[in-house]
Design a protein around this ligand. Sequence first.
Ligand SMILES: *[C@@H]1O[C@H](CO)[C@@H](O)[C@H](O)[C@H]1NC(C)=O
Ligand SMILES: *[C@@H]1O[C@H](CO)[C@@H](O)[C@H](O)[C@H]1NC(C)=O
Ligand SMILES: *[C@@H]1O[C@H](CO)[C@@H](O)[C@H](O)[C@H]1NC(C)=O
Ligand SMILES: *[C@@H]1O[C@H](CO)[C@@H](O)[C@H](O)[C@H]1NC(C)=O
Ligand SMILES: *[C@@H]1O[C@H](CO)[C@@H](O)[C@H](O)[C@H]1NC(C)=O
Length: 796
Amino acid sequence: MRSFSHLVLAASAAAQVYEPPFALHPGDIVDHPLPTLSKRKAFSPCGEVAELWAAQKAQLSKPGATPAPIRVPAQRAYDCLMTVPVDVEGDLKEVEELESYIQYQSTLSWLKSGVKDQLDPHDIMGIFGSLKSAIKGKKDFISDYQVQLTIRATLDAAGDFHLHYIPDITNIFQFARPNGELVSISEDGVSLPKLYLASDLPKDANGKITGSEITKINGKIATEAIQEWSNHTRYHDADARYNTIFPNPALSALGTPNGGLSYSHYVYAGPSTNYTFANNSGKTIENVAVIPAIYDFSKVTDGVSFFKAFCNGPTRPSTLSSAKRSGSSNASPSSKPNTVASATPRPSPALLGYPKPEFIHDSKVVSGYYMSGNEYKDVAVLVLPGFAPTSVSPSWTQNINTGGFVETQGLVRKFFADAVKQNKKKLVIDLRGNGGGTIDMGFELFKQLFPAIEPYGAARYRAHDAFHYYSALVADVALEGDDKDGKVGVKWDDADYGIQSTFLWSNILDENLKPYKAYRDYYGPETINGDTFTSQRRYNVSSVDSLTGYNEFKNAPAQPFKPEDIVILQDGFCGSTCAIFSELMREQGKVQSIAIGGRPRNAAMQGIGGSKGSQVLTFDVLHDFAERTIKVAEALDGAAVAKRLNETTNVGKIYNAKQIFKRTTIPGAGKSIVGGVNSLNNQRQGDTTETPLEFIYEATDCRLFYTTASYLDPVNLWKMAIDSRWGKGKCVPGSTGHKTAISTLENKSGFGSKGTNSQQSNADGTPFQTTGAAPSMGVSAAMMVVAGAFAMVMAL
Ligand SMILES: *[C@@H]1O[C@H](CO)[C@@H](O)[C@H](O)[C@H]1NC(C)=O
Ligand SMILES: *[C@@H]1O[C@H](CO)[C@@H](O)[C@H](O)[C@H]1NC(C)=O
Ligand SMILES: *[C@@H]1O[C@H](CO)[C@@H](O)[C@H](O)[C@H]1NC(C)=O
Ligand SMILES: *[C@@H]1O[C@H](CO)[C@@H](O)[C@H](O)[C@H]1NC(C)=O
Ligand SMILES: *[C@@H]1O[C@H](CO)[C@@H](O)[C@H](O)[C@H]1NC(C)=O
């Protein structure tokens, strides 16, 4: 099998919601009394925090102690943070370095200009400029926490979960409300939902909520208060943000950290939370700050020593490499077995609270079900809370991403074949909670559903000097051939970022699936919305042998379901590869979708609230690009060119960055920093405005709210969805027929109109494009242009 190189580039590139290290699981928060300090030795807030920490640490190390996260009163933690002195010089450097990395963010100009009715202007570079002046002015900030909070929140406010940088000091305390989890539940699925304590949910799906509605939070209208909480999450859609406040049942079923972000947050939300119920009673919760187990407060006595302990470069405990997110949930991270390495037989995987699957992948992110009961017996359900099915099979230890791809490809293919054989006519695709994964998974699933359609998926990079030098140098290395003489030095024969990758212009195709004639046609730059971009590029999907519909799988099975017999369920968490897949399904497959949840409004809702960009590049990768660029320039073009790159361009700035690596929160194993950008804008076919999908509003075709029954049991949700799509079920008033919904645009009967749908053709009318007919490039001639381009830019 040939390398997956360019699509699996997603392994580190594209496509997932960023999960902070040591994310707090809402279930980790137990409400037990805090220890009282027998003697007050310290009078600084950080000193008090340290004492509370030490007392709990001692408690936890006693034999037989129940593991519990260490936590302190939220206000103590906040007061402590506010006494940490501002590192003026370091912070200035940090912001400057961030500015060079953020050059790779593809949406800067749209964020800056804002998007009508969707997004207020958010000029990240402008804010960073003012931030630098404010730091220099030494007046605006009392504490370093305020500076770092500004940095983190500025990036988060882009509402693009690919764009992130997590400074150390913002991740030491995770603010939480013990036993304060909320749910948003509608009586019947279409009337407006109300807020309740999650603990007021009945034990089983047939029960009723007995508790009283929450009407106010801290004296404010409750639904407005939680919109403020949700305001700091990285989703661009307000309904999606609203959903992040509640435990996401699709993710809870995986047993991984889920929504409920308000319960694990870096923004201090006051000392307590006060809920007022409709029955006029109230409940006040003391907010806490949870301290992940990796942070050692033994040398902390005040703000200065706090800075010394935690803001001086990430020190990685030796246990960290094997324990991923046990920091907050487990007193001793090393006690958690590493499931991947474990040789003991695994129990067969299952999603909590889901029915017995027809199939489920080990990773649990892909599973299939058949509905039962007369009305539903012709419906199959495919459940995908993620697109990164990691293989646990020992035979795939070399490349767990590829392994998961091959395994799930086979499982889904078999499921569809069996469904067709068993006369299943309809398919529900449940994408709730899906924050993305590897790009090839998105294309593969689309090709299994629509084998005759050539997926579009064109995208653009932001064109800027650091990317140009990198692109030009990859091309120059390709010119050198196999580097037999070792002149190039760095590993260039590399599937992710070297000459086998899609960063080499001749490995990628133009908008019409034709090879580029010259580097300049590939790189552009073209000016769009006041910024510069590379030209529209598409993957040569047929260069991946194993994708359905190409090469060894050229003779794909027939299309298993008609588009009008498929419906997609979304809850706003969808982004990244999930957004790529959803775009293909909507625009090319003409498949309709249903949104679940969101703010209590009689209106349509978007399904995709996460990043709609089609690639994330981490800061580690961007640093690697810069390093390669300078080293290869030295090898091929001499020390003088390398020196100029190092000293006069952003390549040098990125390469020489130190402060952001010092101020990052502790990264996961094998990484040096927690940061990343959205590097590719996903474009819509035929959109003459050239707007990245991130900024195009697209309503779903129908919306439903959770009921107790559908929140607690997915089968009930699927039934509601099936009823509203194909039966007599309703949608939330005002949620159908939105002008941007695909059913409206296609003028197809959708929700709310019963009876048979008008017939739809299988394909979208796009002619099937054959690939492979292109003449092979005259490589050396083409590359000459690149070398020329590089020299030309260097001369500027
Ligand atoms: C009011 O509702 C809350 C929340 O469900 C409940 O905990 C409380 O017991 C109720 N109080 C009365 C007096 O019914
Ligand atoms: C809750 O907050 C409101 C407004 O701040 C206040 O009037 C009320 O007394 C509080 N209730 C409790 C139980 O703390
Ligand atoms: C988000 O929070 C900030 C600060 O509390 C506030 O100024 C802003 O209006 C909020 N935005 C929304 C959409 O609620
Ligand atoms: C796509 O890749 C395949 C396999 O590497 C190659 O044969 C084909 O020519 C490429 N398509 C184009 C249009 O270059
Ligand atoms: C590159 O620039 C940095 C400072 O910006 C300097 O410390 C380093 O020595 C330079 N390296 C080379 C190879 O010129």
